[in-house]
Write a protein that binds this ligand. Structure first.
Ligand code: LLP
Length: 412
């Protein structure tokens, strides 16, 4: 359920006509609905009855206004870089609700995490553990640690966003984990706190989650028996959304399936949802520059693959709707951007709105991995981000300027 709806044939976000925002902010821009963000966060968070912390995956949508909203609703953050830690802290996220994942944390990043007093580091290799022990010793502190274990479970999703298979770079093989925990337990500046696991993104079935939890649960029982207490079980993120005709489980079904498998393990759960909360709470609004009939029909818009990489990168589907519905109908064709690459498309060989110059189009389901993956390729300033709250809207990130494109560059 989201709050992007037509009223009088005009697409609105909550109470605000998108056309009005475009007139004031210009195009393209990302647009988020606060009521939708709140609703999705609460639907997810309240689906779990076991003690838990919902640590929003900052990588999916990292604007500080949005991190601040989730923090005000009791959420934490799952971060994967010093940059995301900086954003989360600036947004007011409680450090004791921040978990730090990622295969390549630098020593500077480990130090920043330790100095900030985060809840735990999800360590992904033995060498990272050694580095963390060294950095923690140099600071004279204890580093809270969980190992990210790789359960070798197929999440049945796009190959680029599958992370829980043995052939993926993530985590340590679950078979090697007992030895890793034994080593960690003996280290002076390491405090073992948890076990973590994240098998992939945009999963549309619960079975891979349950399969991986079953393996992790067995492992935690084994750790408990060997006298290694585990306080936190981090189940990662990954629950999918509907972009087209996918039918992913609702958060409640996901939570019930996981809690049924979990039983009474006595751990606090950590969840790292990203897409399921923000994906359908945000859209990309773009304007038609030109249309032309080449070998097929092209609708050329002012947003490109630098603004929304998902169609080009993963062949992902994003439904495109007209902001003004005047019965124009739809046609087969491509919606393409201004970037000088054939791979620059927002829709390819899809039913798209029959448009004319200056029409506004809404690229739906763009709230997750939209702006956060945007780049300046082709020297295009990154677009504005706008948050609607009822009848009001707020620019939560200004459109970049030409000057910002060369900030930091110099001619020697
Ligand atoms: N936790 C960890 C450790 C992760 O690596 C990820 C996503 C998440 C949580 C959040 O997963 P979610 O709930 O959003 O599925 N750029 C791709 C998605 C990459 C996902 C990376 N990791 C896309 O646009 O589909």
């Amino acid at each position: 359920m989201n709050y992007f709806l037509y009223k009088n044939n005009q697409l609105h976000c909550e109470e605000v006509a998108i056309q009005e925002i475009a007139a004031q902010v210009g195009t393209p821009f990302y647009l988020y609905s606060k009521a939708t963000l709140r609703r999705h966060f609460q639907a997810f968070d309240s689906a779990f009855t076991a003690p838990h912390i919902t640590c929003f995956a900052a990588k999916s949508c990292s604007n500080i206004a949005i991190l601040n909203l989730f923090s005000s609703l009791g959420g934490g953050a799952d971060i994967v870089s010093g940059g995301e830690l900086f954003r989360a802290l600036t947004a007011g996220v409680d450090p004791q609700k921040i978990v730090y994942s990622g295969v390549g944390k630098s020593r500077d990043e480990l130090k920043y995490g330790l100095e900030s007093g985060i809840l735990m580091f999800n360590v992904e290799s033995e060498q990272e553990l050694d580095a963390l022990q060294e950095v923690a010793a140099s600071l004279g502190v204890q580093a809270p640690v969980s190992f990210r274990v790789n359960p070798d479970v197929d999440p049945q999703t796009h190959a680029y966003i599958s992370t829980g298979l043995a052939k993926n770079k993530f985590g340590i093989p679950i078979a090697d984990a007992p030895a890793a925990y034994q080593r960690a337990a003996a280290m002076a500046n390491i405090e073992v706190k948890g076990v973590s696991c994240h098998i992939g993104s945009q999963l549309t079935q619960v079975s891979p989650f349950v399969e991986s939890l079953a393996k992790v649960k067995k492992f935690i029982h084994r750790l408990h028996k060997s006298g290694c207490p585990i306080k936190y079980l981090d189940l990662g993120g990954g629950l999918g959304i509907t972009y087209d005709d996918e039918e992913p489980p609702a958060p409640l079904d996901y939570a019930r399936a996981l809690e049924a498998e979990l039983g009474d393990l006595g751990c606090t759960l950590i969840l790292e949802p990203g897409r399921v909360i923000v994906g359908n709470a945000g859209i990309l609004v773009t304007k038609v520059l030109y249309t032309k009939q080449g070998g097929k029909k092209f609708t050329i818009v002012d947003a490109g693959m630098n603004d929304l990489a998902r169609p080009s990168l993963y062949g992902a589907h994003h439904t495109i709707l007209p902001v003004e519905e005047r019965g124009q109908g739809r046609e087969m064709g491509d919606v393409v951007g201004p970037i000088c690459e054939t791979g620059d498309f927002l829709a390819r060989d899809k039913e798209v709105p029959l448009s004319r110059q200056n029409d506004l189009l809404a690229v739906m389901s763009a709230g997750a991995y939209g702006f956060s993956m945007a780049s300046n390729y082709n020297s295009r300033p990154r677009v504005a981000e706008v948050l609607v709250d009822g009848a009001k809207f707020h620019v939560i990130r200004r459109r970049e300027t030409l000057e910002s494109l060369i900030a930091g560059e110099m001619i020697p």
